[in-house]
Design a protein around this ligand. Structure first.
Ligand SMILES: [Zn+2]
Length: 311
């Protein structure tokens, strides 16, 4: 049977961690965090799992590695990191989609995608889950996964207002999981660089429909306004009964421990977390930055109804 996967696509700091963790309160899901960073941050740097243990000591990931590969030490992490840097890029999506490139390139795409497929299958088996959630966001990954026959991938394209995302990327955020000092804060982007990334990732996520994998586009702001109803829509997109999950109300979610391998620091939180929109960017994003981001991302801001006519 194919492994059912919900792949969260889009731009970092678009609220996807809270959405993923909310799904993680439902035992029908196993949420893995950002698998795209597992090779470097978990295998090479042994960063902390969402359960608080170093990756190498987490019983969940140890069992996943054992089932998938006969142990993580059978993998050459440095080689996978190099492969990822070479082919898993947003600029490569047309090539990945069309299966272009020489024989060696196509074989590398196949092998690289198979690593994800093996991890997903093992994780679903270990937790007895129906759906595996990967919140990597890197929109080129679904293009890689489309060449894996044993996967049934559905894409959740998370969108957030570019000005809110730009504001978030200018701020310093600690990474408590870092084992190396230089990795101790999250990457920061200038508003102009963020605008280019925001456009590229959203266009690539919209275009992932071309792979034949179903895509649901969800505005984070809409999820925050009605989290129960919006979460029920995600369940339907995964072919699960949209039975309400007790952990979610319309203002809060009670998080449980999830073995996420990488992602926003929110992945370490458990217990009740209030669901509310962070609108600080409206006051605190400098006017010049606001104008720049608005101008650069305007066509997509219109498409997603952040400016102009409301849906
Ligand atoms: Zn863990």
């Amino acid at each position: 049977m194919d492994t059912r996967v919900l792949f969260i696509s889009g731009v970092g700091r678009s609220g996807s961690t809270l959405i993923e963790r909310t799904l993680g309160t439902d035992p029908r899901f196993v949420v893995l965090g950002e698998v795209t960073h597992l090779w470097e941050r978990s295998l090479q740097m042994d960063e902390l799992c969402g359960c608080g243990l170093p990756f190498s000591e987490c019983p969940f990931w140890t069992e996943v590695g054992q089932r998938a590969f006969g142990g993580w030490d059978t993998l050459d992490a440095a080689q996978i990191v190099a492969t990822r840097a070479r082919l898993d890029r947003v600029s490569r999506t047309p090539r990945l989609l069309l299966g272009l490139g020489g024989r060696r390139y196509r074989k590398d795409v196949q092998r690289y995608g198979a690593l994800y497929a093996q991890i997903y299958r093992a994780a679903a088996e270990v937790n007895g889950a129906d759906v595996v959630v990967d919140s990597s966001k890197q929109p080129s990954i679904p293009y890689v996964l489309t060449h894996q026959d044993a996967l049934d991938v559905r894409i959740l394209h998370c969108v957030r207002d570019s000005r809110a995302v730009a504001y978030s990327w200018t701020k310093t955020v600690d990474r408590p999981e870092a084992q190396v000092e230089s990795f101790g804060t999250m990457t920061r982007y200038s508003p102009s660089k963020l605008s280019l990334v925001w456009i590229a990732h959203n266009v690539s996520s919209l275009a992932s429909r071309l792979t034949g994998q179903p895509v649901t586009t969800l505005r984070y702001e809409d999820w925050v306004r009605a989290p129960r109803a919006a979460t029920a829509d995600i369940l339907r997109a995964c072919d699960l009964e949209p039975t309400p999950v007790d952990a979610i109300t319309d203002t809060a979610v009670t998080l449980v421990t999830n073995h996420t391998c990488s992602g926003n620091p929110l992945r370490f939180r458990t217990g009740e977390v209030r669901i509310r929109l962070d609108e600080r960017w409206r006051e605190d994003l400098p006017t010049s930055s606001n104008r720049l981001v608005t101008a650069m991302t305007l066509p997509l801001l219109r498409l997603f109804h952040y400016v102009g006519r409301q849906p």
